[in-house]
Design a protein around this ligand. Structure first.
Ligand SMILES: Cc1cc2nc3c(=O)[nH]c(=O)nc-3n(C[C@H](O)[C@H](O)[C@H](O)COP(=O)(O)OP(=O)(O)OC[C@H]3O[C@@H](n4cnc5c(N)ncnc54)[C@H](O)[C@@H]3O)c2cc1C
Length: 319
């Protein structure tokens, strides 16, 4: 059995969760087993997960689990996996999933791969799964020979697919001990369309912007596209933009469908966090800028000329 932890926020499932359930269903098909989902805490319409391939949803709604704690969530998921006989557990590679994958692997005595981005294969009878390594420069293949496996799934690995109908939901009363960890407060990032790790469209800018006062044209482009804004590291380091927007090796690693980079040179440390984007558009006035080598489309021109024109063209096309 494959068990997918269906992450939700304020009761709503994230797109990445539908991806994880789709991935879980396809993994279950490869293994010739069923795919179930586990929901923890309040969630609107857990049955809906059936549409993405879960044949049953286990819903744990227990007061001790109202707030996320990696200890108690790990205990709950591992216990549920044991009860229903799931040997493969899948979580999102989100901050929540990242804090669960290692703990779950220990608890379940499982082989684990954090950040898988391909469907597993069975090679010579061994469960094999791939992930990007060395900042996306190479792909590593992991063979998991243990009975239990835990995977966290990189966002945007596949498209969520509706293949079925609503699934039966079983309310599970799982006694979970008090967590030794307590979340005192959560500081939520405000105002962005989608948080960077989940964004499908990203408009990013670098030192070529000359100063924070010029960011209006980047925000206009992002608004018209419904995109999230990002930046290079020196831009965040000098306080032109908030640190949570910094992408790259030492910032957030992203895999959007579209990454527009204006006035960013494309240093290796920047590319490390963005080169898995599906389509990269580079706007730079220096034809020798290294970013052009990684670009799907390159515009060699002054960004202060191109970006407003691009915004206007998109506005017109949308109208
Ligand atoms: C250990 C380490 C970790 C690092 N981690 C990161 C990281 O995570 N993320 C990251 O981004 N960087 C990181 N860096 C920094 C990285 O090496 C680069 O210095 C940085 O990415 C450069 O930022 P930039 O492209 O915005 O600026 P610059 O390198 O100054 O490039 C500005 C670009 O804008 C172009 N430009 C200027 N004016 C215009 C205009 N009017 N129109 C169009 N184009 C214009 C220029 O041609 C140039 O290519 C790291 C460095 C180290 C040593």
């Amino acid at each position: 059995m494959v068990l997918v932890f269906a992450e939700s926020k304020n009761g709503q499932f994230k797109k990445a969760t539908f991806e994880a359930v789709t991935y879980g269903k396809q993994t279950a098909d490869i293994l010739g087993v069923e795919c179930h989902a586990i929901v923890i805490g309040s969630a609107d319409n857990p049955a809906h997960l059936g549409q993405y391939g879960a044949s049953k949803v286990h819903h744990i709604n227990n007061n001790a689990l109202d707030h996320f704690s990696s200890q108690s969530y790990t205990a709950a998921i591992a216990k549920a996996a044991e009860i229903i006989g799931a040997s493969t557990v899948i979580v999102n590679h989100s901050s929540t999933g990242k804090s669960l994958v290692g703990r779950l692997a220990v608890k379940m005595n499982a082989g684990s791969v954090a950040g898988a981005n391909h469907l597993p294969e069975i090679k010579d009878g061994v469960f094999t799964v791939k992930k990007n390594v060395f900042s996306g420069k190479a792909i590593a293949e992991y063979k998991i020979s243990s009975k239990n496996r835990v995977l966290s799934l990189m966002g945007n690995t596949l498209k969520p697919e509706v293949t079925g109908s609503d699934a039966p939901v079983e309310i599970v009363d799982l006694p979970v001990g008090e967590s030794k960890l307590q979340v005192i407060s959560t500081d939520l990032q405000q105002g962005t369309v989608a948080p960077l790790p989940e964004a499908e469209l990203v408009v990013s800018a670098g030192r070529g912007m000359k100063g924070p006062e010029n960011w209006g044209i980047i925000e206009d482009l992002a608004n018209v596209l419904g995109a999230t804004t990002a930046c290079s590291r020196p831009v965040a380091d000098t306080g032109w933009r908030p640190h949570h927007e910094h992408v790259g090796q030492t910032g957030v690693a992203i895999r959007p469908n579209l990454y527009i980079a204006a006035g960013i040179s494309g240093a290796i440390q920047h590319l490390a966090g963005v080169n898995s984007s599906k389509c990269i558009v580079v706007i730079n006035k220096d034809s020798e800028a290294p970013f052009f080598k990684a670009a799907t489309y390159g515009v060699c021109a002054d960004l202060f000329d191109v970006v407003p024109k691009l915004t206007e063209a998109i506005k017109k096309a949308k109208a």
